[in-house]
Design a protein around this ligand. Structure first.
Ligand code: EPZ
Length: 438
């Protein structure tokens, strides 16, 4: 990105690793819940006030999209927003708005649920191989939509009004479960989603919709039942803590042999991650809304298979990959959700990790300690894994493409500095002219 002096400038994270993290850190609101809640505000011509919103770029992008489409968006303090979508236009949502991330496809369900039609360009999002949306499309068709794929990657849904139906998801999909809920809450009749996703953020959306006057039951189980209502109204709501941000700081504490109190936590959401850390020899003490994580200098190996909730979350797989690279023994990671979520491991190998990837299985031979290196973030959770690797490594680590990390982690550098980490962001100016001359 060139600035006014024609100089390439980009930010990097620099870490001098090897020190245990110590102290307290407070977790923000759940990114993947908030992106669904913000889309749900389209369903009421009224004001919704949402608290505990994380200050991250994905949320800023979603708020920008809503205001571009006519919503009145008002930030009330750093973590609260008020949104009124009374004067919302239902025109096409173009690629330039939807490309930055995946959650933009929630606009399909929300616009269809409100207006009976929607035209939204295909979403972007982290590159883990093919990420189809066939289950979303099938759900909309089952609710009575005719679906047309237009030019410029626009998906158009059209029907008089969504009509309730029985929808059996072929694949447990968070996105499809959320999108069908958004489309069904104002449908005529009853919708039943079988084989639904049970993630905490699906439950948070159901609670939010019910506080708007919807009738959603069974969220958090694999059968969600929705009685369509005519109208929804505004509400005031506080979203849940971010399960993956909690898990990321738990793993950072474990990977550095540290002792960290993590505040604003729902321990129940962390069960699969806590269980795996206990297996690795980490001590995790659960309190009402916090966790105390204390780790030995060297961790033990473990085996992980990522699964839909309540299984081990795929969004914690890269962070464990970084941590297990320096654990005692041979660890095995099986990626049960996405086709290709091990790309980040080539960056760990640059730091001395010994890893063999074969399709959806990675075998990690733990080394004594990783060594600092120049590495890059490929996506949001892989970026967090690079930070964890740098914190545990001997020497200096430089991480580029850190905009990926800012998509989902509010103030990660200052939070880690608060835990004693020697970490900083620095703008690295590479003179475009010099590059041209050399
Ligand atoms: C959500 O993505 C999250 N994103 C992802 O978090 C998370 O990794 C994923 O759920 C799994 O938990 C948001 O909530 C914005 P899926 P989503 O539909 O909805 C297949 C992060 O870092 N599938 O549950 O896209 C799909 O290919 C991000 O915060 C179909 O086959 O995930 C995958 O193999 C990364 N057809 C599996 O289902 C479909 O129509 C699960 O995907 C939809 C999905």
């Amino acid at each position: 990105m060139e600035n006014d002096k024609g100089v390439d400038s980009l930010e990097k994270i620099f870490i001098n690793g090897g020190e245990p993290l110590r102290g307290e850190v407070t977790i923000g609101g759940a990114k993947n819940a908030v992106l669904a809640l913000l889309s749900a505000t389209i369903l009421a011509k009224d004001t919704c006030r949402i608290q505990n919103i994380p200050n991250i770029s994905d949320v800023s992008i979603m708020l920008h999209i809503l205001s571009q489409l006519g919503a009145d968006v008002r930030r009330v303090g750093k973590h609260t927003v008020e949104i009124n979508t009374k004067y919302f236009n239902s025109g096409v949502v173009p690629q330039e708005l939807t490309k930055p991330f995946r959650a933009s496809y929630y606009l399909l369900g929300a616009l269809f649920g409100r207006f009976g039609h929607a035209r939204v360009a295909m979403p972007g999002g982290c590159d883990f191989g093919v990420r189809p949306i066939d289950q979303h499309i099938r759900g909309f068709e089952m609710l009575g939509a005719s679906v047309v794929f237009e030019e410029n990657a626009v998906i158009a849904l059209q029907s008089e009004q969504p009509v309730g139906n029985l929808i059996y998801l072929d694949v447990v999909s968070v996105g499809a479960t959320v999108n069908i809920m958004l489309a069904a809450v104002r449908a005529r009749g009853v919708t039943i989603i079988e084989n639904a996703a049970k993630e905490p953020h699906v439950v948070d959306l159901a609670n939010f919709l019910n506080s708007m006057g919807a009738d959603v039951r069974g969220a958090g189980t694999d059968v969600v039942k929705i009685h369509g209502v005519k109208e929804l109204h505004g509400c005031e709501y506080t979203t849940i803590p971010d399960q993956i941000e909690v898990g990321t700081y738990m793993v950072a504490a474990a990977a550095t042999g540290g002792r960290v109190l993590i505040r604003n936590v729902i321990p129940k959401h962390m069960e699969s991650i806590t269980a795996k850390l206990l297996e690795c020899g980490v001590d995790v003490q659960e309190n009402d809304d916090s966790l105390l994580v204390a780790a030995p200098r060297r961790l033990q190996r473990c085996k992980i298979k990522t699964m839909p909730h309540p299984g081990f979350p795929t969004d914690m797989q890269p962070q464990f990959g970084a941590m297990l690279s320096a654990a005692e023994g041979t660890s095995i990671l099986s990626e049960g959700i996405f086709d290709n979520r091990f790309r980040y491991m080539d960056q760990l190998v640059r730091m001395g990790a010994q890893i063999k990837v074969d399709g959806k299985v990675a075998v990690i031979e733990g080394v004594q300690q990783l060594k600092g290196a120049q590495i890059k973030a490929y996506d949001l959770r892989a970026g967090a894994a690079m930070v964890i690797a740098g914190l545990s490594a001997q020497g200096t680590t430089e991480i580029e493409n850190i905009e990926f990390i800012d998509r989902g982690y509010e103030e990660i550098v200052s939070k880690l500095q608060g835990l004693g980490a020697d970490i900083r962001r620095k703008e690295v100016r590479e003179a475009a002219q010099e590059k041209a001359v050399s």
